[in-house]
Design a protein. Structure first.
Length: 216
């Protein structure tokens, strides 16, 4: 086994570390399962193990790697974890495991990555949340934006949703009244469904030809 391979970069994601009026600070992270896969790949599933212990109220994880051949011994490295905001005990165990793996080099590349800053807005509870174009964003979009910023490319802008047409215009009088009130034929086409008969009457009055795109 080549323990240097433990240091190779792994697929990573982004999470919000903190958010305030100046922006949301996002950091890269890896899952504990990714760490397990890397240890399996480099060391072999049978050549590593972990165990937990508590010291002065702190949960420590120790990862042991077996050195075979003339050495015939287990080498151990450990570190402690901190509780997470969700499922505190599980989060603390996972954090301790990943920190212990860093002692072996797994995920160490994350510490050289820069923090990515995103825009924020306030939610209904007054808390700052990551946002884009004034709208709150969630995990997938956070990953997309942070990855783009890390690579120095401009992320694709979110496309505005088309306005939903809710009213069917069925007679020419109703349509012409709408034109007069809104003072814009384009506005009428944007907000309303218009029947072919009504559109034909209107276009005939204007002495022009109807097209399929005009009718819907």
């Amino acid at each position: 086994m080549n323990l240097e391979d433990l240091k190779k970069e792994l697929p990573f994601k982004w999470r919000v570390q903190s958010a305030n009026q100046w922006g949301a600070q996002c950091v890269a992270y890896i899952d504990a399962r990714d760490v397990q896969d890397r240890l399996d790949e480099v060391c072999g599933p049978e050549n590593w193990q972990c165990k937990y212990s508590e010291h002065k109220g702190n949960l420590f994880c120790s990862i042991g790697v077996y050195r075979g051949g003339e050495h015939d011994e287990w080498v151990w490295k450990e570190d402690c974890g901190t509780e997470s905001n969700v499922e505190k005990q599980k989060g603390e165990a996972s954090d301790a495991f990943k920190r212990s793996a860093v002692m072996w080099g797994v995920g160490r590349f994350l510490y050289s990555m820069k923090i990515i800053k995103l825009d924020v807005i306030k939610d209904d509870k007054g808390k700052f949340q990551p946002a884009e174009n004034g709208k709150r964003i969630y995990t997938d979009k956070i990953n997309q934006l942070c990855t783009a910023k890390l690579k120095g490319v401009t992320p694709p802008a979110s496309q505005p949703q088309p306005k939903k047409k809710t009213t069917l215009i069925v007679n020419s009088k109703e349509f012409f009244n709408g034109i007069q009130k809104k003072a814009s034929y384009e506005k009428m086409k944007e907000h309303y469904f218009i029947t072919e008969e009504v559109m034909s009457e209107y276009l005939s009055a204007l002495n022009c030809d109807a097209t399929e795109s005009d009718l819907y």
